[in-house]
Design a protein around this ligand. Structure first.
Ligand code: DQA
Length: 144
């Protein structure tokens, strides 16, 4: 199975940004964690990060026919981007939504998730573990 892991704006600043929320581990640590988890599960993973909404749309479109599924932390675009939602629906991408924190327990404006409207599952509030849970869900055939 080939999985594309996409990260949205400001996730490149992990370790620096609001450490009381996101912890002290860096984006490079997340890259290592995801690569190790993928190896353990026998999943082929590629991970990318962008601060740009259109780039996320491009990557979702281009994943069609290349990747079996997308693990998506759209970060702030989760709560604002109809374009990302439309891209997922347009290419019928299999998407698992992930978040380090649990947006539903934070500010009111984070309660809406456009990504969640098209995602088959959401894992949130587990830190890096949200990415592991998403990969385990996909590797397990999507049943758990
Ligand atoms: C986030 C949660 C979002 O609300 C926020 O805008 C982020 C990170 C998370 O992983 O917890 O940038 O997606």
């Amino acid at each position: 199975m080939k999985v594309l892991v996409l990260n949205g704006p400001n996730l490149n600043l992990l370790g620096l940004r609001e450490p009381h929320l996101y912890g002290s581990a860096t984006y490079a640590d997340l890259e290592r964690f995801v690569a190790e988890t993928a190896r353990r599960l026998g999943v082929d993973v590629e991970m990318r990060q962008t601060n740009h909404e259109g780039t996320l749309v491009d990557w979702i479109q281009q994943a069609r026919g290349v990747f079996d599924a997308i693990v998506l932390n759209a970060a702030a675009y989760t709560h604002t981007s109809v374009a990302v939602l439309d891209a997922i629906k347009a290419v019928k991408a299999r998407v698992v939504e992930v978040h380090l924190t649990d947006p539903k327990t934070r500010e009111e404006f984070r309660r809406v998730s456009y990504v969640g409207m098209a995602a088959e599952r959401t894992f949130a509030g587990l830190g890096f573990g949200s990415y592991a849970a998403a990969l385990e869900h996909l590797a397990g055939g999507g049943t758990d």
